[in-house]
Ligand binder design. Structure first.
Ligand code: URA
Length: 245
C-alpha cells in the first residue's frame, strides 16, 4: 500500500505542476472513489483509489515496469540535453514517476530493454555479484569458428578487465560475416563488441533477445513497448533476489 497526498499524486502523474493540480482540485475537477475532493492535502492509497479528472479515470499507478524493443539511434538514459533517449518513446508520466532503464544498450544496439520505477530491483538486477545473464544476437565481420567459441568459453582478456566465460553459439558462418548468439553474465561498457574485437571481429549489428528470465516479446516491433505481465514481474523479482522462486 502506498499512500500519497492528492496534489503530489497528480503532479507525479504529470497532470500538471503542484500549483496547477492544486488549482484543479480546488475547482472541483478531481474525484477519488467517486467523490469530489477539494483538499489537496488529503492522502489516498495509490493501489486502490480510483482517481478521476473531469470524470475521466486516470491510471494512478506510480510503480510500473516496461519491456521495450529498443530501436537504433536512441540513447539509453533517463534524459539527455542534446540527444533523443529511450524515454521519448514512453508517455511523459513514465519519466514523471521515475521509470528508468535497467542498464544500458549502446545507441546502435537494438532489442530488449527493461525500464522500471523500482529503484531497488533495478540496482539488484545489475549488481555484478548477481550474474543475471543476457543473450544477444550478433552479426560480425569475418568467419566465426570453433576457435572463437573456445575463446569466449575461456573468458577474454580485455584492456582493463578479464571478461567472464561466455557462451558463443554460431548460427551462420561466412567468409564476409557470421551470425551468432552470445550469452554473457556481465554488463560492462561495450562488453560484447569488445569481446569480439579482442579476437579480430567487428560487430556489425547487435540485438538483445533476453535479459535474465525475460525474453523479448516478438510481437513488439522496434520502438514499441508494453508493460510487464504479473508473471514476468515475478520472474524478474526472483532474478533480483527479492522474491522466492
Ligand atoms: N554489449 C555491447 O557491446 N553493447 C551493448 O549495447 C550491449 C552489450
Amino acid at each position: 500500500m502506498m499512500k500519497i497526498r492528492l496534489d503530489r499524486w497528480l503532479a507525479a502523474l504529470s497532470v500538471g505542476s503542484r500549483t496547477e493540480v492544486r488549482e484543479l482540485i480546488r475547482k472541483g475537477r478531481v474525484s477519488a472513489d467517486g467523490k469530489t475532493v477539494r483538499d489537496p492535502a488529503l492522502s489516498f492509497d495509490t493501489d486502490s483509489a480510483v482517481l478521476q479528472l473531469d470524470g475521466k479515470t486516470l491510471d494512478g499507478r506510480l510503480v510500473r515496469h516496461v519491456m521495450l524493443n529498443k530501436p537504433a539511434g536512441l540513447l539509453t538514459a533517463a534524459r539527455d540535453r542534446k540527444q533523443p533517449t529511450v524515454m521519448d518513446l514512453l508517455p511523459g508520466e513514465y519519466a514523471g514517476i521515475g521509470c528508468m532503464p535497467v542498464g544500458r544498450l549502446d545507441k546502435d544496439t537494438t532489442g530488449l530493454l527493461l525500464l522500471t520505477c523500482d529503484g531497488e530491483m533495478n540496482h539488484r538486477l545489475l549488481a555484478p555479484g548477481r550474474h543475471v545473464d543476457k543473450v544477444y544476437r550478433a552479426s560480425v565481420s569475418g568467419r566465426l569458428t570453433e576457435r572463437e567459441v573456445l575463446a569466449f568459453a575461456e573468458g577474454l582478456e580485455l584492456s582493463d578487465f578479464r571478461a567472464k566465460p561466455a557462451e558463443l553459439r554460431i548460427l551462420t558462418a561466412g567468409e564476409e560475416s557470421s551470425e551468432a548468439e552470445v550469452t554473457v553474465t556481465e554488463g560492462k561498457f561495450h562488453q560484447v563488441k569488445r569481446m569480439f574485437s579482442a579476437i579480430g571481429h567487428e560487430v556489425l549489428t547487435l540485438r538483445r533477445l533476453r535479459f535474465g528470465p525475460l525474453t523479448l516479446d516478438e510481437a513488439l516491433s522496434e520502438g514499441q513497448w508494453r508493460e510487464l505481465t504479473e508473471g514476468e514481474l515475478r520472474l524478474l523479482r526472483q532474478a533480483a533476489g527479492m522474491e522466492e522462486a
